[in-house]
Unconditional design. Structure first.
Lengths: 278, 315
């Protein structure tokens, strides 16, 4: 009796999880299906996932006939700058927050937390007005500056949280041997913090890679469009470009998704470390 | 960069690296480490924030960009007089509450099932976090396509599989608000699921055995063991999720195409965004965001207080 109830429960659990999973991945399967549709079959009311005459034409078109490669280049430049600046700043200031006691340390940490809590428009609007006044609109550098501001707080907290787990004795030993603070930091602590550096790098990269609302305001010149802006322009012409949009989306998402699946457990521990630990 | 500035930067770097090599005292070293971050934060965060406050008391708009002047509290008076603030604020509360509610309940429920005896649970786990992994704008645009009246998958499934009438997703204000909520629930539950899974794995097995000895059924175990022990782990994630949802412009903006129909589907952040960048009412938008700033500041204070309490409880 008890046995039967238990196996009954296992069956129900499997049915539930399969249904939930199917519902969850349906939109993803759909977009892959659309990316394989031939151009004359975009208006279809068929629900079949893989179209009968599947073709990779849209992938070819989006890569070679649209500005996809240009958007890719722009996005890479912006995300690259943001990653470099973000990692450097988070690695140094996170270390200061973790190891040293100084004036305004606590309020500094809290202000990073508070900065993360306010809506992006709070920063975007004045930045926009300032950049407009300084004629810095339509520059990838200006866009990168705006992104650094939004990505930095999380990065600093993550780095600080990770440094906290590295025993102080290691640096102290190095300094006993005559190393300076900087040397102890660079040669002892930094290599040990490599996993956290990787997370910080990926977080900053992704923050810049998939941002749309800020880019839409700062970049209006077509030749400076980043991937989100470009793909959005394809998607808004639902009728004609839908397959190209879908193909572009698959191309952009695939590497990010793989990276994410590989690293998600570190993201969560970084989040909870940064959020809970003082 | 001009020649002089470059030279200056070089000499600055030189003296900096000299100090670093000579060790930098215990006192000065943290300041050396912090200086670049503080400099950047001052320029890209603090200065804009202050400027935003100044802007709120001016009359800057498309017509008065270079000749804006101070108008005192006029913008605030206007905002509080209009019904827009209250309407949009109400929608923001609904948007945040409904989203976070489903994120947490779905996330925890799925995590509990997944934590039981499931064959291939690793595969399900990987598939279920996909919505979190895909860039948000792509998900939002894809869902927008799926809500298309004639060719979108949602209406096709409704009519072909369930024989229901198609839903006018973007011509009706209520449905147009439900569409981004569905999208955002889909986007947000995996995060809570992962957090809950992490929490579930830290609950010692003996507690369940003890509860079983006391005669607790599955429901009893969920209520008396699982949920109370998940609470401290979920609490910070829920607070964080609330702030993220409150501030999330991407989803609602992209799914509704910037507030369709007729600006009826705005939450506070998209309303400000549209006022600033579509209607060029810079000072009005700045004043509006000052109000949101204080709303969130209040929330943050409550959040900090709550954290202090829970931290004390841990020690």
């Amino acid at each position: 009796m008890r046995q039967a109830r238990r196996s009954m429960r296992t069956v129900v659990a499997h049915v539930v999880i399969v249904c939930v999973t199917l519902a969850t991945i349906y939109p993803i399967i759909q977009i892959i299906g659309i990316s394989l549709r031939p151009a004359d079959r975009l208006y279809t009311t068929s629900l079949s996932i893989i179209p009968e005459d599947a073709t990779a034409q849209a992938y070819h078109d989006v890569l070679f006939e649209k500005d996809f490669l240009l958007w890719l280049r722009n996005s890479t430049v912006v995300a690259g700058i943001v990653t470099l600046i973000g990692v450097f700043l988070a690695a140094t200031s996170g270390y200061a927050f973790s190891r040293f006691r100084f004036v305004l340390r606590k309020s500094g940490l809290y202000s990073f937390l508070i900065a993360q809590m306010f809506p992006a428009t709070m920063l975007l609007l004045p930045l926009y007005v300032l950049m407009k006044g300084l004629h810095l609109l339509n520059s990838l550098g200006g866009l990168a500056v705006a992104y650094v501001a939004t990505a930095l707080p999380f990065c600093v907290w993550t780095m600080k949280g990770y440094y906290d787990t590295i025993p102080r004795e290691l640096e102290e030993a190095a300094m006993m041997d005559g190393a300076s603070y900087w040397r102890a930091f660079r040669t002892v602590v930094l290599p040990l913090a490599a996993p956290a550096l990787a997370i910080t790098a990926i977080f900053s990269f992704m923050a810049a890679w998939s941002e749309f609302m800020v880019a839409r305001v700062i970049i209006t010149t077509k030749s400076l469009h980043t991937l989100p802006l470009g793909l959005e322009s394809l998607s808004s012409t639902f009728q004609t470009e839908w397959a190209n949009y879908a193909a572009g989306s698959v191309l952009v998402s695939l590497p990010v998704v793989l990276l994410f699946l590989f690293l998600n457990r570190y993201f969560v521990s970084g989040l909870t470390l940064g959020g809970v630990k003082q | 960069m001009t020649h002089g500035a470059g030279e200056q930067a070089n000499s600055l770097l030189g003296s900096l690296s000299h100090r670093l090599r000579s060790g930098g005292g215990r006192r000065s070293f943290p300041y050396v480490l912090l200086a670049p971050t503080v400099a950047i934060m001052l320029v890209v965060v603090l200065y804009p924030l202050i400027y935003n406050f100044v802007l709120a008391f001016k009359n800057m708009s498309m017509y008065h960009f270079h000749d804006a002047r101070f108008v005192g509290l006029r913008n605030f008076a206007q905002i509080f007089r209009e019904t827009e603030l209250y309407l949009v604020f109400g929608k923001t509360i609904i948007w945040t509450a409904v989203n976070v509610f489903f994120h947490v309940t779905l996330g925890v429920a799925i995590a509990v099932v997944l934590n039981g005896r499931i064959y291939g649970s690793g595969i399900f786990r990987a598939l279920l976090i996909l919505p979190w992994a895909i860039p948000q704008y792509i998900s939002a645009l894809t869902w927008k396509g799926m809500f298309n009246h004639e060719y979108g998958a949602v209406n096709l499934i409704l009519s072909k599989v369930f024989h229901l009438a198609p839903i006018p997703w973007f011509s009706d204000a209520t449905w147009a608000f439900i569409a981004p909520i569905i999208t955002n629930v889909w986007l947000g539950f995996p995060f809570m699921m992962i957090v809950a899974l992490g929490g579930l794995q830290s609950i010692p097995h003996e507690l369940y055995e003890a509860a079983e000895l006391d005669g607790a059924g599955a429901l009893g175990k969920l209520r008396n063991v699982t949920l109370p022990l998940l609470k401290p782990i979920l609490a910070p994630a829920i607070v964080l999720g609330t702030v993220w949802t409150f501030n999330n412009m991407n989803v609602i903006w992209l799914v509704t195409g910037g507030g369709l129909p007729a600006d009826k589907t705005h939450i506070l952040v998209t309303y400000i965004y549209k006022a600033a960048f579509t209607y060029y009412r810079y000072s009005y938008a700045a004043a509006f965001s000052v109000i949101v700033f204080f709303l969130l500041l209040g929330f943050t204070f409550l959040f900090m207080k709550y954290f202090k309490v829970s931290e004390a409880a841990f020690e």
